[in-house]
Design a binder for this molecule. Structure first.
Ligand SMILES: *[C@@H]1O[C@H](CO)[C@@H](O)[C@H](O)[C@H]1NC(C)=O
Ligand SMILES: *[C@@H]1O[C@H](CO)[C@@H](O)[C@H](O)[C@H]1NC(C)=O
Ligand SMILES: *[C@@H]1O[C@H](CO)[C@@H](O)[C@H](O)[C@H]1NC(C)=O
Ligand SMILES: *[C@@H]1O[C@H](CO)[C@@H](O)[C@H](O)[C@H]1NC(C)=O
Ligand SMILES: *[C@@H]1O[C@H](CO)[C@@H](O)[C@H](O)[C@H]1NC(C)=O
Ligand SMILES: *[C@@H]1O[C@H](CO)[C@@H](O)[C@H](O)[C@H]1NC(C)=O
Ligand SMILES: *[C@@H]1O[C@H](CO)[C@@H](O)[C@H](O)[C@H]1NC(C)=O
Length: 645
């Protein structure tokens, strides 16, 4: 079956309103839940509409049960009426965070046996640790933080063997910490409670900030519980206190001597290597100087064709005029081809359409020069197409500043973006020193790229044709802009088939034509890349040759797990709602059927509508948009390449 569960489920979400069936009993349970509780106007659960189309409610593929209920920050006030939510026997995700709910968690929650994620943080719930919750054996994430829970944390949390995150901070829990030994537990926090006694060994691996703010808590990783051991050092056996180290420093142990010897040897080796490299570089330098990477001249020499320099400086004045660098209006540059030829350049990357150089002009300005190869269109067609691309002006699109066309050379000049590409930021050496890209920035990148692409589609009527993370360039304000857009028409039907592998929509393989909808697919893959941290063509997706959308589908199909998400994102526990919402949008974009993909404009409002944090801003859009269907605001020339030479 080609259409996977999740894909189908998301399609249903997007195309909702076409299927009439609905989960009658779940609907009644939800109505019973919301009726006595004041809530934001946006949550208008209309009894004459299927519950599957309600704000915050998601059903399974068959619309036969409610799968997830997410009502973060919608102003719910009161106690959860008993025997309401507990009747949603198939529920996997429940989020009621950031409301003003109080009282105890109803005991019938124990009937939510399939629940994977429970987010109740930032309310005013009280009472003891909810006993019913310790029966939810499938629970993956449990967040009770920032409430008024009190009393002991029960040993029974050890029942929850699937738990990866347990957040109990900012409550009034007291008593001792039970020995919680859950193998999958990666995130844990009990700070700011009233817990006393010693921290069990099984929890000592979590950082001190997971325990601070408790009156009498002690033991690793906090101060020692033994009043006769004054040392605050957590593990004296591993790190001797500075005092002892100081005493010993005048007499080096043999171990230290060996370490120093080995270290010096390595440093010497490295120095030698560096010297050799420098020398080799220097030897190569002169030849480079002769053909300064100044694009055309260097290349002409390389390829042994007649010097393209003649094209430019030689020949008649008319010819020179014809072959000049053409700038677009509103540009900020004032240089000519000669300046460009004199500029020093370095290769930024070799792509399927040509090589990009960073050229530093003599006055210090940097630009990107893209040297196109295998252009098939005539000069006139080329110029006409450039006029279209040059008009595109949007803060999330890298502006095309100038172009040059001669028989042998076709050059494009773009702004240089010094912050590099998303690809480098996501996949550049992980760990050592690199700051992980945090969730806010990923969301901002997703949104700004979507806006840039929607502008291309709507205002420019241009298909990008090559969306991938290395064509997403970062801006100092942490937004992003897209480069390399709209070049496909220059290559006729000869567009290399293996171009943008991993991002390419399935139908493009046959038609060889990029469309608005194939851009949406590529954008969906980009979203998955942001969410999973995995490169779409990465080999480490498990099975051989499986692409990112199918990998995500196969993981998510099992159940809604946190496993698909980038480990670098798992530190932030408030964002799972948002990540799942973005995942849903991504899955809609990578639908195998082009017509089922939303238009880029819709994607923008879906991302804008993701419920962010505590505010209820945007909730309206997130729910309205899916019901619009995919045939609402599609660009006019939807299924063909809009710019025909
Ligand atoms: C509920 O939905 C029905 C049918 O779509 C509509 O006619 C009605 O006005 C809605 N009621 C409210 C209160 O929105
Ligand atoms: C949907 O319903 C059909 C038939 O009623 C059933 O075969 C299929 O397994 C169901 N799918 C899911 C995901 O429940
Ligand atoms: C849980 O569900 C069972 C039947 O599915 C029902 O008999 C029981 O009363 C429910 N428990 C609670 C606490 O609602
Ligand atoms: C959970 O743990 C408690 C106490 O350890 C025990 O009484 C209870 O039966 C357990 N529940 C399940 C479903 O294992
Ligand atoms: C925490 O609970 C204790 C009783 O166990 C109570 O005296 C105290 O006022 C509570 N603190 C808060 C902040 O609710
Ligand atoms: C911890 O606090 C409880 C009361 O909340 C008290 O009964 C118990 O003796 C305390 N234990 C220690 C080790 O201080
Ligand atoms: C635990 O929660 C507190 C309070 O919200 C926070 O300051 C701390 O950074 C958290 N620690 C960890 C390890 O998450």
């Amino acid at each position: 079956m080609a259409v996977s569960f999740v894909l189908f489920f998301v399609s249903v979400l997007v195309l909702s309103g076409r299927v009439v069936s609905e989960p009658v009993q779940d609907k009644q349970a939800l109505l019973d839940f919301i009726r006595p509780l004041p809530h934001a106007k946006r949550v208008q659960w209309n009894a004459s509409v299927s519950a599957c189309d309600w704000v915050g409610v998601i059903c399974d593929a068959n619309r036969s049960f409610v799968f997830s209920v997410r009502l973060p920050g919608v102003g719910l006030v009161g106690t959860i009426p008993p025997n309401t939510l507990g009747r949603l026997g198939q529920l996997r995700v429940l989020s009621l965070r950031a409301n003003r709910l109080f009282g105890e968690i109803p005991s019938d929650f124990s009937n939510l046996t399939l629940l994977r994620s429970l987010y109740l943080q930032s309310n005013k719930f009280s009472g003891g640790f909810p006993e019913s919750v310790t029966r939810l054996l499938r629970l993956n994430r449990l967040d009770l933080s920032s409430n008024n829970f009190l009393g002991p944390i029960p040993f029974a949390v050890n029942n929850l063997t699937q738990l990866t995150g347990l957040f109990l901070e900012n409550n009034n829990f007291s008593g001792n910490l039970p020995s919680i030994s859950l193998v999958n537990l990666r995130d844990f926090n009990v700070s700011n409670n009233n817990i006393n006694g010693s921290i069990p060994d099984s929890l000592a691996k979590f950082p001190p900030s997971a325990f601070t703010g408790n009156l009498n808590l002690c033991g690793r990783p906090l101060r020692s519980c033994n009043p006769f051991s004054p040392s605050p050092a957590p593990s004296p056996s591993l790190t001797p206190p500075p005092a002892t180290r100081g005493k010993k420093s005048h007499r080096l142990s043999t171990g230290v001597i060996i370490a120093i010897a080995v270290g010096s040897a390595i440093v010497a080796l490295l120095l030698l290597l560096f010297l050799i490299l420098c020398l080799r570089r220097r030897r190569r330098q002169p030849s480079k100087q002769q053909k300064p990477p100044v694009v055309p001249r260097a290349v002409a020499a390389e390829e042994g064709t007649s010097s393209s320099k003649d094209d430019i400086t030689g020949g008649s004045a008319a010819e020179a005029e014809r072959n000049r660098l053409v700038f677009f209006q509103g540009g900020v540059y004032s240089f000519d081809l000669e300046d460009l030829l004199r500029a020093s350049a370095e290769v930024l990357g070799k792509g399927s359409v040509g090589t990009s150089y960073k050229a530093v002009l003599e006055e210090g300005t940097s630009v990107v020069v893209k040297r196109l190869k295998d252009v098939v269109v005539t000069k006139r067609e080329f110029e006409m197409h450039m006029e279209i691309l040059g008009k595109i002006n949007h803060e999330n699109v890298v502006p095309l500043r100038a172009y040059y066309y001669s028989k042998d050379e076709k050059l494009l000049v773009y702004d240089f973006m010094r912050d590099g590409s998303l690809s480098a930021l996501l996949h550049g050496s992980r760990g050592s020193g690199r700051t992980p890209l945090d969730w806010d920035n990923r969301m901002r990148i997703a949104l700004t790229v979507a806006r840039g692409l929607a502008h291309l589609h709507i205002a420019g009527k241009v298909v990008h044709g090559n969306i991938k993370s290395s064509n997403v360039l970062l801006k100092p304000d942490h937004g992003a802009c897209i480069s390399d857009f709209g070049l496909n028409p220059l290559f006729g039907n000869t567009t290399p088939p293996n171009r943008v592998a991993g991002y390419r929509a399935p139908e493009v393989l046959e038609t060889r034509k990029v469309t608005f909808k194939s851009d949406v697919y590529s954008f969906g893959v980009l979203l998955l890349e942001l969410l999973t941290g995995k490169a779409p063509n990465q080999a480490s997706l498990g099975e051989e040759g499986i692409d990112l959308p199918r990998w995500v589908q196969s993981v998510v199909r099992e159940e809604w797990t946190a496993e698909v998400f980038d480990v670098e994102l798992m530190r932030y526990h408030d964002i799972e709602d948002e990540m799942v919402q973005l995942l849903q949008i991504a899955m809609a974009c990578v639908s195998t059927v082009p017509d089922q993909r939303p238009a880029m404009q819709e994607v923008v409002s879906m991302i804008e509508g993701i419920n962010r944090g505590e505010t209820d801003e945007g909730l309206r859009q997130s729910s309205d948009d899916p019901s619009k269907g995919s045939d609402g605001h599609t660009p006019p020339t939807e299924s063909r390449t809009p710019v025909t030479p």
